[in-house]
Design a protein around this ligand. Structure first.
Ligand code: URA
Length: 239
């Protein structure tokens, strides 16, 4: 039963949550079904889009635009279906991501996966996950402005190819860089921002690594996820 599964997900995330009765009803599915129409009126043929993704991936993996290429094990491009409606954006690969070449596969990634599952999302089927930086900063330090400037064009091209219906920025670094602001994360939450020429809705929440250190804020993160889901559902309904 969907409600029971939902409760189990929340338990797995570590949110001891009272689920209201009103929330128990059936929900619209999240994410575009495989084979459904892409956003935009006249999309390029699928083979062309796939070739553009591949070209971008190999550029990222060979990139030497900033000094991080000297210390990384490999570039971490992104993961998920190339036609996902949802795009989650984090900060930069950590040690485990650097080793495995995939975003969010360490402890924070496990929490992120559980959070996404709670709203019906899975990196294998309906959400694409990428980072602002494609290379790991040594010692997990914050990205430097010049590294962000060198790397953001790759993310911009990923966004242009994916054309997500909604973006979820996790953590201060992703949110502030995508929105070109230094407003604190707490004040960016709870509203719909707009990104790029397509005015893509963008919602902000806490980084899962922060939530691992500050479990008391998981409840607020859950509010953010529900908010993002409702923004997505309203948009899907209007189209
Ligand atoms: N933190 C991030 O922001 N991204 C990752 O891929 C892993 C940890």
């Amino acid at each position: 039963m969907q409600r029971e599964r939902h409760r189990q997900y929340l338990e797995a995330i570590g949110i001891d949550l009272f689920v209201s009765r009103r929330e128990g009803g059936a929900r619209a599915a999240v994410g575009r079904a495989p084979g459904a129409a892409a956003a935009g009126s006249d999309p390029p043929p699928a083979a062309e889009t796939a070739a553009r993704w591949e070209a971008l991936r190999s550029e990222v993996l060979q990139c030497t635009r900033c000094p991080l290429h000297r210390t990384r094990t490999q570039g971490v491009f992104g993961v998920g279906p190339q036609r996902a409606d949802w795009l989650v954006i984090g900060e930069a690969p950590g040690a485990e991501e650097d080793r495995r070449g995939e975003p969010f596969v360490g402890a924070a990634g496990q929490l992120l996966d559980a959070m996404l599952r709670a709203i019906g999302l899975d990196r294998r089927t309906n959400v694409y996950i990428a980072n602002v930086l494609k290379s790991r900063p040594p010692g997990n330090r914050d990205p430097r402005p010049e590294e962000v400037a060198a790397c953001l064009p790759y993310l911009a091209r990923q966004i242009a190819l994916l054309q997500p219906k909604i973006m979820l920025a996790v953590g201060r670094i992703a949110a502030q860089n995508l929105l070109a602001t230094d407003v604190p994360l707490g004040r960016l939450r709870g509203q719909v921002h707009r990104f790029g020429e397509l005015n893509t809705p963008l919602v902000v929440t806490y980084h899962p690594a922060y939530l691992l250190r500050t479990p008391a804020d998981k409840r607020k993160a859950w509010e953010d996820l529900k908010f993002a889901r409702s923004v997505y559902q309203q948009r899907a309904k209007a189209q």
